[in-house]
Ligand binder design. Structure first.
Ligand code: FRU
Length: 504
């Protein structure tokens, strides 16, 4: 728990010790951003029957203070994923003296006595800014109509237009919407998914639905429904597979009236499905509730992992970390609308510039950055396509290891190659190359890259294309190379910064 261990991320959140998965209960309340998460005390492996909500708070979404676990398993079962809201009008009636407080809405999963009990939704509330939680004696507040095994991950938010609480819930192969006036009594409103023409045999998990301005125009907002898709493990390959395999996130853009979500486009085949991230390690992301109106951003964070190998990662004291917080926007594109993700601008606080270049031609064999190392770094670069067939960066480099982030000019795609990045023997699918389509804009390709202890986040053309991947190079592999293959490329600008660790 010293944050100095091998592979430990220095500016991404991870708990000091033990296992972590999905972010839960993201809510801003009275000057603090809360980050709860699936947490197992005393083990670096997930102990599902003993799953807790771990807890951290931040004033700026960058620096985090870990607090004791917030909600612990009880006779109702384990505490699975869910959300939290600030009940500022005391609709629940839990906060007479305080006037307002936090309410957590989560899934209770079975218990040792009745392991086959269906998943149900329960609530707890806090009168002291999330430090202690009281279980509602009327739990569960929602249980499935039939004995389905998968009924979980409630995302609750306040819907202004209808003055109601809305819950989006993953019910196996569909998303169900419920409404409530008091967070205790819930009525079924509609479902989404059974009419989407593919048989989805994996399970949906961790849904989220939120409104986002299109092209930064506050008068033109669209609703986005995001679903995490559990690892199908090759069960039914005709099902939609996340681009990098295993677990991934899909999204639909449309309209939500407080009861029903209607996608703008009919989904005719699995090729119409839009994916959030083309790497393999961005899962179960959900947005913060209660972000102040003056701020107005939609911000989310994801679990940087993939169920395919999550329990096998070679880290020691802890297992699992969060992505950087990201702002979500929508952009108009040829095919309609596209979700873009931008690393939070507050990250600039951690930035210590070390190198910057402008207007330089790179030819095969050049290596201008042989003196630069990047172990925890930010790299922002803009290229103008020339005669090179491929160009980009080699990161976390040594004589035997490298992670390649490059642009393939002919195929118009950005790629992330971790086949030779470092430790990968813990799972046969880990060593892989991930690609994402990306068209140049005015002959230019822009990339923003974050390199940390055991992960790299890649944003192409201002967040239009994103690849998030774990990598496990030796700590000594810190070299950097800027390369071009088959011709030259012009670097319009390049800034490399060292990032101050958030635990320092
Ligand atoms: C997603 C998930 C959720 C569940 C939780 C259990 O990663 O499987 O569906 O609530 O993890 O830890």
């Amino acid at each position: 728990g010293s944050y100095e261990e091998k592979y430990r991320p220095q500016f991404h959140y991870s708990p000091a010790k033990n296992w972590m998965n999905d972010p839960n209960g993201l809510v801003y309340y009275e000057g603090e951003y809360h980050l709860f998460y699936q947490y197992t005390v005393n083990s670096t492996s997930p102990d599902f029957p003993r799953m807790h909500w771990g807890h951290a708070v931040s004033k700026d979404l960058i620096h985090w203070e870990e607090l004791p676990p917030a909600i612990s398993p009880c006779e109702d079962g384990a505490i699975f994923s869910g959300s939290a809201v600030a009940d500022i009008n005391n609709t629940s009636g839990f906060f007479h003296e305080e006037g307002s407080g936090l309410v957590a809405i989560y899934t209770n999963e079975g218990n040792q006595a009745q392991p086959n009990k269906p998943q149900v939704q329960s609530i707890s509330y806090s009168r002291d800014r999330g430090r202690t939680w009281i279980r509602f004696e009327g739990n569960p507040v929602l249980f499935p109509a039939s004995n389905t095994a998968d009924f979980r991950d409630p995302k609750v938010f306040w819907h202004d237009e209808s003055s109601m609480w809305i819950m989006a819930l993953a019910a196996r192969d569909r998303i169900e919407f419920y409404t409530s006036e008091d967070l205790k009594a819930w009525s079924f409103a509609s479902e989404f998914g059974s009419t989407v023409p593919f048989v989805h045999r994996g399970v949906f998990e961790c849904p989220d639905i939120f409104q986002v301005p299109v092209d930064n125009n506050p008068n033109n907002k669209k609703w986005v429904l995001v679903l995490s898709v559990g690892d199908l493990n090759g069960e039914n390959m005709s099902d939609p597979q996340p681009p990098a395999g295993g677990s991934g996130m899909m999204y639909f853009i449309g309209h939500f009236d407080g009861k029903t979500f209607i996608p703008d486009k009919t989904i005719e085949s699995i090729h119409d499905i839009q994916w959030v991230d083309f790497g393999s390690d961005f899962y179960a992301a959900v947005t913060w509730n209660g972000i102040p109106k003056e701020d107005g951003r939609v911000i989310w964070i994801g679990w940087m992992n993939n169920w395919r190998y999550a329990t096998k990662l070679p880290s020691l004291e802890w297992r699992g970390n969060m992505s950087l917080p990201r702002e979500v926007q929508l952009k108009t594109c040829l095919e309609g609308f596209h979700l873009i993700q931008l690393p939070l601008k507050e990250l600039s606080k951690l930035r210590n510039p070390i190198t910057s270049l402008t207007d330089l031609i790179i030819k095969p064999g050049d290596n201008l950055l042989s003196e630069v190392t990047a172990l925890k770094a930010e790299i922002i670069a803009e290229f103008e396509i020339g005669t090179a067939l491929e160009f980009g960066f080699k990161l976390r480099k040594s004589s035997i290891q490298k992670t390649i982030i490059g642009y393939d000019v002919e195929n118009e795609s950005l790629f992330f190659d971790r086949t030779n990045a470092g430790s990968a023997d813990f799972h046969p699918d880990f060593a892989a190359k991930h690609t994402v389509p990306l068209k140049p804009e005015h002959k230019r390709i822009q990339v923003t890259i974050y390199v940390d202890g055991s992960n790299i986040e890649l944003f192409g053309n201002e967040g239009t294309a994103v690849i998030t991947d774990l990598v496990f190079p030796d700590p000594e592999s810190q070299g950097l190379e800027l390369y071009a293959v088959g011709g030259s490329v012009k670097v319009i600008s390049l800034q490399i910064s060292d990032m101050t660790g958030i635990w320092e």
